[in-house]
Design a protein around this ligand. Structure first.
Ligand code: KG4
Ligand code: ZN
Length: 362
């Protein structure tokens, strides 16, 4: 089997034996491919967003996402290789996110990766999408970030991990119902804000008062667990807007001031829970380094509050840069750690969709 030691033409004419990996990401609604080398240099990164396709539904429609991946993945891969000035035969391996995610979306990525491996005689590497979100911090830091506590806040997950190394993740806690990003998206939809809801809420929250509404912060005072719950918070916002009973949100015309106050109060409640549990996880594990990734980590209020809390506690904080918070294939460079360890996958590898929940929560 070819190991693809090549001269790296995409990184400034550098010479020497360098391993180059193509990484593929199709877990949800972003079709992405990147080319990275074993010095963790990013030779190219291409992301085709599907936001416009899902906007009218206020959330990701799995079947539409899967079909869009089918249309877009090969052009995205081609573009990633071209921009990196790499040909398929230069690749040492092909990596693909296989868990967790939407079943149809994952299948498209894995099938493409397997087919390329078979046709090119290259080994296959599997990427855990959640672990990859934490690895985005490693990519940006340019230095080792393990061991650390990892906080992943995305549209599908809100989880805390003890990360011993890039290949050793132990779940400490997670949401027992909605993910933080999911709550942002649903509350935004109630407030008639555009999709995706996270950026829209944080935008209008800038003009709002975070203390305007008293909202629940589940588990906040429970120092025995590292879990989250955002479903009740979302429902509390719903009752504030509409009262009990059925409601057509599109018929509501809330004053801009109220929308801003609700957005700011909701955001503050989510941020309180995330920051407190992350700090509690550090305390419980005795670790002094926190890495934060996932789409919601792009939230400025969360970033500011994490910096405050980490600064006060002497914790080394790494938050993924914004372009590596939302889904991308660069973070799939975590596969290089498996490549170095020779941990390849058989070509009958299957996807593992579904949600990751903490053992306490399941
Ligand atoms: O990590 P990601 O791109 O996809 C998943 O793996 O789920 O996360 C997408 C989520 C969406 O729910 C989106 O609303 C949220 O990240 N998000 C934000 C912000 N930017 C994206 N949430 C809060 N504030 C933001 N600035
Ligand atoms: Zn993600």
């Amino acid at each position: 089997m070819s190991w693809g030691y090549v001269e790296c033409r995409g990184c400034g004419g550098d010479t020497g034996s360098i391993m180059i990996v193509l990484t593929i990401e199709t877990t949800c609604d972003e079709t992405a491919a990147a080319v990275v080398n074993d010095s963790l240099e990013v030779l190219s990164s291409v992301v085709a967003s599907q936001d416009a396709l899902h906007e009218q539904y206020g959330g990701v429609v799995p079947e539409i996402a899967a079909r869009a991946h089918v249309e877009r993945l090969l052009p995205v891969i081609e573009q990633a290789l071209q921009r990196a000035h790499v040909t398929p035969k230069d690749l040492a391996a092909i990596a693909v996110a296989t868990t967790p995610g939407l079943a149809g979306s994952l299948i498209v990525g894995l099938t493409a990766a397997k087919t390329l491996c078979l046709a090119l005689g290259k080994p296959l590497l599997a990427v855990n999408h959640l672990h990859a979100h934490i690895y985005a911090c490693r990519m940006a830091a340019g230095t080792e970030v393990f061991p650390c506590v990892g906080l992943i806040v995305s549209g599908g997950h809100t989880s805390l991990y003890r990360c011993g190394s890039a290949t050793d993740f132990q779940i400490l806690g997670g949401t027992v119902d909605d993910a933080a990003g999911e709550a942002f998206d649903k509350v935004a939809s109630m407030l008639q804000l555009p999709y995706p809801g996270g950026p829209a809420i944080s935008r209008v929250a800038r003009d709002g008062d975070p203390r305007a509404y008293r909202l629940p912060r589940p588990f906040l005072r429970d120092t025995s667990c590292l879990d989250f719950s955002f479903s009740g918070l979302k429902t509390a916002v719903r009752y504030l807007i509409t009262g009990m009973g059925p409601c057509d949100f599109t018929s509501l015309h809330l004053p801009a001031r109220q929308v801003a106050d609700l957005a700011a109060s909701f955001q503050e409640a989510v941020v309180d829970c995330l920051v407190d549990k992350a700090m509690l996880a550090l305390h419980k594990t005795g670790l002094a380094r926190l890495c934060v990734g996932g789409g919601v980590a792009a939230n400025q209020r969360l970033r500011d509050r994490l910096e405050q809390a980490a600064g006060g506690a002497g914790v080394e904080l790494h938050i993924a840069p914004r372009d590596l918070c939302t889904d991308n294939a660069v973070m799939g460079a975590i596969a290089l750690e498996r490549l170095r360890a020779g941990r390849f996958e058989p070509l009958d590898l299957d996807i593992r969709p579904g949600l990751v929940r903490s053992s306490a929560a399941s």
